[in-house]
Design a protein around this ligand. Structure first.
Ligand code: ADP
Length: 272
């Protein structure tokens, strides 16, 4: 098992009047090489959860294991978790700062001591993984389209060659075509390289199309887990948790595209 979250709770600003329990006793497992979606309304705890997996927050109670590295409330250094995990937060292009696309992508690996030919190769490879044409390497990232800037930011994360890639709402603000192209690219990379992907989203259509497994968060708890078919057959519950399932016909279309005729009957019989 690639990632094991056990009894994870997190309290922000503990002991102050602003104390907020953002996660309560979350158990979750992610198989190595799987594509997992984490769904939930705003404030349900998705971001807090992934920040633990990425080694950016320390558990208040419980533990997080990523491959061979375990972190709990007593762990002093979280950095070892970060070796395995790359995160693209929402609107990652806001972090771009270098003069050229290539320099921006090189920033992470060069901080790890990679240089010369190895660095050039890493940058070229990451651009390809992110679906960026080589001709953009010497352009300023700020002259690119929104979708291309997002890819440059994601290429910068991929350049660290993480075994786990976490994407927090990666398609936010992109047009439908850009959304589709970006996720197709990530999905291809996931299949080619066996990279574990955690997609944080509030789009059920995205989750239906790409995820092997979906976990649903509500008020800091993991309330439902299963395959897309299993999760989306719980329409009433999903609505109660503040998620708006797209029309059944659209979900069926997404599920059919990947599952073929094995879409569960109860999804196909809902009104279109
Ligand atoms: P989501 O990613 O699903 O929108 P979050 O993990 O961001 O949810 O938030 C879960 C809860 O924790 C929310 O009630 C939010 O207001 C609160 N929260 C998130 N970050 C902080 C923080 N830095 N300080 C205090 N409360 C926070």
């Amino acid at each position: 098992m690639g990632i094991v979250v056990q009894g994870l709770s997190h309290v922000y600003m503990a002991g102050t009047p602003f104390e907020k329990k953002a996660l309560s006793d979350v158990d979750l497992k992610v198989e190595t090489g799987s594509f997992v979606a984490i769904l939930g309304a705003t404030g349900s705890g998705k971001s807090t959860l992934i920040q633990h997996i990425a080694g950016l927050l320390r558990p208040t109670t419980g533990s997080v294991r990523v491959f061979d590295t375990v972190v709990d409330g007593t762990t002093k250094k979280l950095a070892p978790l970060r070796r395995h995990v790359g995160v693209a937060f929402q609107y990652p292009e806001h972090q771009l700062f270098e003069e050229t696309v290539a320099k921006d992508i090189a920033y992470g690996p060069s901080n790890q001591g990679i240089d010369g030919e190895a660095l050039t190769t890493r940058v070229r490879q990451s651009m390809e993984w992110a679906g960026l044409p080589e001709t953009l390497a010497d352009r300023s990232p700020f002259q690119l389209s929104g979708g291309q800037m997002r890819r440059v930011a994601i290429a910068g994360v991929l350049a660290m060659e993480p075994r786990v890639l976490i994407l927090d709402e990666p398609t936010a603000g992109l047009d439908p075509r850009g959304q589709r192209e970006l996720l197709e690219q990530i999905n291809a990379l996931h299949h080619e390289r066996g990279m574990t992907v955690l997609l944080v989203s509030h789009s059920m259509a995205e989750a239906a199309r790409y995820a092997d497994k979906i976990h649903v968060m509500h008020k800091g708890r993991r309330v439902l887990s299963g395959t897309p078919g299993e999760v989306f057959s719980q329409r009433e519950a999903l609505e109660q948790w503040g998620l708006e399932p797209p029309p059944a016909a659209a979900l069926c279309h997404s599920l059919r595209e990947r599952m073929g005729p094995s879409v569960p009957e109860d999804l196909l019989t809902v009104e279109a």
